[in-house]
Design a protein around this ligand. Structure first.
Ligand code: RP5
Length: 182
């Protein structure tokens, strides 16, 4: 990929499905996960990509989870980001009910610092896939980044914005490459 910035993007509204629906669904097991999962929402908002956020618990609201996952594709979603902590079965159960790619974010738990969340999301048995990210807000951010990369395969505007983000990151380092001197 060239490192040069790309300009000349036209003004536009939020990027949606052809029917005007959100492209990315962000679900989480509890309101308490929002502190972590908001990092995904913020990056999608920065890219003007339409998304929705819902609290959907695999064990507290299983019917709601099944309804959400079964309807996700018909509702226009292209990618689902699912964050949960502890015995974090939300991403895997969601993936079992939809053909869409599901990106799992392990939320840091109070008892085991997120090891429980990580292992229960990453160790999916063969046959149903969940793309597992890092524990915590870096994982949530990167889940959104990966969703953006998936969407960019078929959307030139998103691909251009992604290119520019990469360029800005590189430029930031090159502007201050000496430790302690900004
Ligand atoms: C999981 O249990 C949630 O994803 C959350 O990370 C964890 C704790 O939930 P709360 O007790 O804070 O509602 O289901």
């Amino acid at each position: 990929m060239s490192n040069a910035p790309v300009h000349a993007t036209e003004p536009h509204g939020p990027i949606t499905s052809p029917a005007g629906q959100p492209l990315v669904g962000i679900i989480m097991g509890s309101q308490s996960d929002w502190t972590t999962m908001s990092a995904a929402a913020q990056l999608l908002a920065d890219f003007d990509i339409a998304f929705e956020c819902e609290v959907v618990s695999a064990h507290r609201t299983p019917d709601r989870l099944f309804d959400y996952a079964k309807g996700a594709k018909d509702n226009g979603l292209h990618v689902i980001i699912a964050g949960a902590g502890g015995a974090a079965h939300l991403p895997g159960m969601c993936a079992s009910q939809t053909p869409l790619p599901v990106l799992g974010v392990p939320v840091k738990s109070s008892m085991l610092s997120g090891w429980d969340s990580l292992l229960s999301i990453v160790q999916m048995p063969k046959g149903v896939a969940v793309g597992t990210l890092a524990i915590g807000s870096a994982g949530a951010y990167n889940a959104a980044l990966l969703a953006i990369q998936i969407l960019a395969l078929h959307d030139n505007l998103i691909a251009t914005k992604l290119h520019n983000l990469r360029h800005e990151q590189t430029a930031t380092i090159l502007a201050s490459p000496t430790p302690g001197i900004i």
